[in-house]
Structure formats: C-alpha cells, structure tokens
Design a protein around this ligand. Structure first.
Ligand SMILES: *Cc1c(COP(=O)(O)O)cnc(C)c1O
Length: 724
C-alpha cells in the first residue's frame, strides 16, 4: 500500500489500529461488499453522503479527532476487524471457480481492453452501458478468480456532468478528475520512477504514464498522456471520453491499442488471451503482429498466431457506433507502420475494409473481426443481427454459419442489488445467495418471501428515491442553480404513492425517449387519473455532439414543465452510476422503448428486474430471450412494418394499451391488507427468472468456457507462440 499512502492521507494520521482503512478505501472491493460500505458509512454518515459514497475522499476530509475517537470505540474496531478479515479472505482465497475448473491455465493472463470502465462514480471514466458492462466484467472476473487485467484510459476530465437549463437544454460541465480523491495510483517501475510508454503518432512521439485501480483481485491499468513531455495538444489527447474530433479519436485508439500492448510489456506481462471490448482497441492486434514480425515471423504466420488468441465483442447494430476513419487520416498515422507488419499500403488498408462499402474508410469493427478467431455479440438476438451485418466478410458461408456467436450481457449482482433487497434475499434465499447468483435453485426461493415483506421493502426503496430527488432539488435551489420554473421538472413534487415508471438511458434517438408522449390526450388520461395516478421519471445524457439526442431531452423537459401533465413527468439531471442505484430500484416499472433491432442487449432492465422492478420493453436485446409472458410486459415486434413512423405508432399503441389494461389495474388492485398480490407475483417472477440468467456470473463463465479457454489453448501450428 506504499503508493496509496503517499498519495492520500499520510499513515501517521491513522491511529495504529485503523491503519488499513486506506487500503480498504483503495480497493473497489469495498463497493460491492455491504459490510465494507457500512463500515465507511459508520465513520461519518454525513460525509459519506456528501462525498457520494467515496471512501478515499471521506478519509481525506475526516477530522483527526473523529478518527481518534473511532480508534477508541470498541464496537467500531470490531466492525473494522471483521471487514478486514473478509477482505483478506477474499484477496487470499484459493480454489475458487477459475482455479478449480482450469488448473492447467493457472499461469495464463487475460488482457481485457475497453475504452471505458464503469466501476464507481469516483472514477469518472465511463459514459454508459458499454463502460458499466466492462466494470461489471472486471468485478465478476475478480469474484470468479479469473487472471484478468484491464486496459483503459485515464480521462483527466472524465465524462461530462449534465445540467439542464431552465428552457430545457442540456449543458455539459467538465470537472477535473481529482485523482487524489479517487482510488487510483500511479504505476511505478521497481526503481520507483513513473512507468512510461511511448507511441509514435504520425510524425510525433507521445508519452504516456499509467495508473492502476484495484478491483478486488483484478488490476486495471489506465493510460494517461497528461505529462509535461508532451506538446499541449497531446497532453489533452486522453482528456475527455469521446470528446474530440475524428483525429483525436484515432489517436486515442492508437494509444489504447498500441500503447496498451506496450504498457503490458513494460509491466512484464505476457497475456495469453487478448479481449477487445468493442472495436476502439482493435489496433492492439496490429501491435502484436508487429512484435511477431520483428521476431522473425512472416506477416501471415504472425496474423494467424494473433487471431488464435484474440477475442472480440461487438456491441451495437447502430452504424454510428462503429468507428470508420478516413483513409487519408489512416495513411497519415500508419504510413511508417505497415512495413513493420510486413504489409504494403493496399494490404494494410484492406484490413479495415467493409466489403459492402470498401470506399467508406477504415472500419475498426471490420479490423477487429479480421484479427480475432473468437467473436461474439451481446444477446442471442444481437448475435443474429451481427451475423447478418458482417456476413460479407465470409462470402463463402451461409449467414447462419458466420462464426459470430453470442454471450448475453449480465450484471454484477452484488453491485446492482439495493441494500434493502439484499437484506431480504439474505434472509429468504440464502445468506450467501450472491455467491451463487447463477444457480436457479437459489432464486427459486423468491417464492418463499412473504408478499407483505416484499411490498414493504419495495416501498422503502421508492421513498429513498423520492427523498434523493427532493434533496437534489432542495440543494439545487439553495445553491441557486435551479430556478423556480425547474422545481416541478426536478420531480420534487412526485407522489410516493403513485405508480411510478422509470426511463433512464443515453439519449440516443433510437432509444425513442419521446415515444411515451406520442398521444398526449391519451397520456393525460392515464397520468392524471385521480384514483390510479401514474407518473414517470426520466434521466440520461445525450452525447454533447448529438444534436437530435439533445433535442429529445429538450422535448422531454418541456413535457415536465407542461402544466397539463400536472407534475407527473420529471427529469433527474446527471444520470450516472450513483443516480442509477437510486432510480433503477426506486421506481415501480422500468420502461424501455428502443427501435428494434437497435438495442444490442441493454442492462438497466436487468438491474431493475433484480430489484423487483418489472420490465416493460420492446422485445429487443436481452428482453427477447428474457421475457417469458409473466415476468414483465412486452411490446410485440411490428415485424410486417418497415416505415419508422408506422413502427412508432404501432409501438406507442401497444405501450398505452399495456399500461391501461395490464400495468395500472394490476398495480392498484389491492387486497384487504393493501397489498397488490397480482403485482407481487410479477415482481417475484421477474426476480426468479432474470436473476440467474442475466447475471455477470453466468456471463463471465460463458466468456471463459466459450471464448477464453479456446483462445488460451496452444496454437496447433506453433508449440510455443512467442507471444504467449
Ligand atoms: C446500466 C446503466 C446503463 C446501461 O443501461 P442500458 O439499459 O444499456 O441503456 C447506462 N448508464 C448507467 C448509469 C447505468 O447504470
């Protein structure tokens, strides 16, 4: 913990007995272990809330008197020792899943590349679903004991914070990422100097340093170009997530892919398996080919060896989700590089060609697919869509034989379970239910939870959301950030008794946030019913450069201000993991209306179902395989329609009909004890059926069994490939 202590709070501050609090705060293990969260909360509940549950900051801001008092407090010291004991047991555990199942792979390393990682809000290096999936993947890999290391970016300015102006426009605010208040530390070489790598960028050389994050047993390395040796433009290269123009983006991807391999080499790591989470990092394969060619292989041999142990996951059917760089830009940055791979210009450019649009530019997904023998989409349906999208890369194969399989996304259960629900599950499923999250038999016991108790817990979660929303409005008003006209949209006046729908996601237009407002008169009737009122809470950011997405926010915000909708529509600013942890389990129904088949998987509905918030969604992404007729509601596919307006009309009609005829009556149908028995049945079905199937435990095991294990096997043509 040497580096840690130098960076945040000196050890002298910590009374002897509590000296390892710093170590706990600097391993995100604490974030998915309730007893560790409680420990930090006990230290100072107010600071805990003020720091948005950031223990590093909490320890920094804590008064020494308080710490001294705690070290004298026998109950606290006992609590502290118990948490340390579980931490030490976790970190030192032997014989967990990976070790017992793959003893022959005990020396293997899996490198996992991703442009974003969503681990905790104190490390703002994610924007949405892709990043959170990567974060959940790392946490679960740690739980299962996979020898995985993550490779990503330190974005010194993080992703933006969202503010909504009184007239409903999203504004972005960048806040410098305070590394001293985050569980990150700079990676040093054994001699104590900062670990540095260099990457040629066209005619320049860019230097980068590396940061480390402890995610349980998994280590994540983050590349950072904000060092004095770089020219100002290059210092800014990694400043923002998805912040620059195409050239900045290309440079970021060169850094992540090529720089990422160099970071691993500088640290003495030789991964056996290389997994690119989305195409942003696909250049890593080229760098490994370069190494092999340098070691004497021909290009063809090198490419074959690299393909064998490379895994690629594609995440979206949306065209804008795939990076395509203009050829002249690629030439500018790679004209000195392709020779090192044993290629000429034409053959190099072909690596990124989409056969159906060879002129379009250099396609990172096409490159990643060509470079990887193990390919997958992120739900069964998305696998099918991806095979159809990319079939032209296998001109000789029928579509169904295209070797892109699917591994459906899942969520890291301990991260996404609300504390109240966790308590209930520990009581009725099993004390160690979270360690058996992919075991359907454990989940079956949900049926044993008394309806009244489950309903009471649901109400507590809802009230917590309402207080969080009110508190944000109060604080915004007191700090003069909010105007009077924004109090209604903020949700401060929502009714804790009314059926509450949640809709929170990135405001990409294909997610159709405004579909809900298609027929205002009908909606008014639904929302304003005096006996059975309905309300909806929106949240989500639009990419700052996505004008149509920003316009959607503007539209939703005007409905929030609309008197005719009576304060039944609210928008919660600055959606992030922290807000999600209140919003997702705090509403009654989770709404999802993407335009099919654009949603590759989606995971927020999985988080909702886990917490007893049934999913109402278009049959797209994971819901296509998750919906069973009783565990939520499905908007059927308009299979015979092609015109987008007709599809919207069809989907809105079904949405209203489901709300009017199924959701609202069932929710308000109470027995003599005031309990909605039918509704509770849907809740229980949702938890029981989605829990075991859409958890990251099932997902990471599948990655291991279907992808990593094959990629880790020796290549038949080479007994010892020199890069394994
Ligand atoms: C889970 C999550 C997402 C992803 O949700 P989708 O269902 O994929 O849209 C995005 N942002 C946050 C903050 C999340 O927690």
């Amino acid at each position: 913990m040497d580096e840690t202590q130098r960076l945040a709070g000196s050890p002298e501050q910590f009374p002897g007995g509590l000296v390892r609090l710093q170590e706990l705060a600097h391993n995100l293990w604490w974030s998915w272990h309730p007893e560790a969260r409680r420990l930090f909360e006990t230290i100072d509940p107010t600071l805990w809330s003020l720091t948005h549950h950031n223990p590093v900051k909490l320890l920094q801001e804590l008064k020494p008197e308080r710490l001294a008092a705690l070290s004298e407090d026998a109950a606290f010291v006992r609590q502290y020792s118990a948490v340390l004991k579980s931490y030490d047991e976790y970190m030192g555990a032997k014989g967990i899943w990976f070790a017992s199942r793959y003893p022959s792979l005990k020396d293997c390393t899996i490198a996992y590349f991703s442009a974003e990682f969503g681990l905790h809000i104190s490390i703002p290096i994610y924007s949405g679903g892709l990043g959170i999936l990567a974060g959940d993947h790392c946490k679960e890999a740690s739980d299962l004991g996979l020898p995985l290391v993550g490779l990503g970016f330190m974005y010194p300015q993080g992703y933006f914070h969202q503010r909504i102006t009184p007239d409903g426009w999203q504004q972005s605010e960048h806040e410098p990422f305070n590394r001293l208040a985050s569980p990150v530390h700079q990676v040093l070489t054994p001699s104590g100097a900062p670990c540095r790598v260099t990457v040629a960028m066209g005619s320049r050389t860019v230097f980068a340093i590396v940061w480390r994050v402890h995610v349980g047993r998994v280590t994540l390395f983050l590349i950072d170009t904000d060092v004095p040796d770089n020219v100002p433009g290059d210092r800014e290269l990694s400043a923002r997530l998805y912040g620059g123009d195409q050239e900045v983006r290309l440079c970021q991807e060169i850094l992540l892919g090529i720089g990422g391999v160099r970071v691993l080499r500088a640290l003495g790591l030789s991964p056996t398996v290389w997994h690119a989470n989305e195409g942003h990092s696909a250049f890593h394969a080229l760098e490994r080919i370069r190494e092999l060619v340098l070691a004497g292989h021909t290009h063809a041999e090198a490419a074959e060896l690299v393909r064998h142990n490379t895994v690629f996951t594609t995440h979206t059917p949306v065209p804008a989700g795939h990076d395509v760089f203009p050829v002249d830009l690629i030439e500018r940055y790679f004209s000195g590089y392709w020779q090192l791979l044993g290629l000429n210009r034409e053959d190099f450019l072909k690596l990124g060609q989409h056969p159906e649009s060879p002129e379009a530019g250099f396609n990172m997904t096409a490159l990643a697919i060509r470079m990887s023998a193990h390919l997958n989409g992120v739900s069964r349906e998305h696998g099918r869509v991806a095979r159809s999208m990319w079939k032209s890369l296998w001109p000789d194969l029928p579509e169904e034989s295209v070797p892109i399989r699917s591994v459906t996304n899942g969520i890291h259960t301990p991260t996404w379970i609300a504390p109240e629900m966790n308590h209930l599950f520990s009581k009725y499923l099993a004390p160690d239910w979270a360690d058996r999250s992919d075991d359907a038999a454990v989940w079956h016991r949900v049926t044993d939870i008394p309806d009244g108790e489950l309903w009471a817990v649901r109400q507590v979660m809802k009230r917590k959301l309402m207080s969080m929303i009110r508190e944000r409005a109060r604080a915004g008003w007191m700090q003069k950030r909010l105007e009077a006209s924004q109090l209604l949209p903020s949700g401060a006046f929502l009714d804790p008794e009314a059926l509450t729908i949640g809709f929170a996601r990135r405001f990409a237009t294909y997610k159709r946030a405004t579909l809900f407002f298609k027929d205002l008169a009908r909606l008014q009737q639904l929302l304003l019913d005096r006996w059975r009122p309905v309300q909806i809470v929106f949240a989500g950011k639009a990419h700052p450069a996505d004008e149509p997405g920003r316009y959607f926010i503007h539209q939703v915000y005007s409905f929030c201000k609309e008197r005719g909708l009576g304060g039944h529509v609210a928008f919660v600013e600055d959606y992030d993991m922290h807000v999600a942890k209140f919003l997702v389990p705090g509403v009654d129904v989770w709404l999802n209306t993407p335009r099919p088949p654009m949603e590759a998987s989606g995971t927020s509905g999985q988080k909702a179902s886990l917490n007893g918030v049934p999913h109402l969604s278009v049959l797209d992404g994971w819901w296509h395989e998750g919906y069973d007729g009783a565990n939520g509601w499905a908007i059927p596919l308009a299979t015979d329609l092609t015109d987008p307006h007709a599809v919207d009309a069809h989907d809105a009609e079904h949405l209203y009909r489901i709300l009017e005829q199924d959701v609202v009556p069932l929710y308000y149908q109470r027995d003599r004890d005031g309990i909605p028995r039918g509704w509770i049945q849907v809740i229980k079905d949702a938890i029981r059926t989605t829990g075991p199937r859409f958890c990251a435990r099932r997902m990471v095991k599948e990655y291991m069994e279907l992808m990593y294990a094959l990629a880790a096997s020796p290549h038949p043509a080479s007994k010892r490939p020199s890069d394994s």
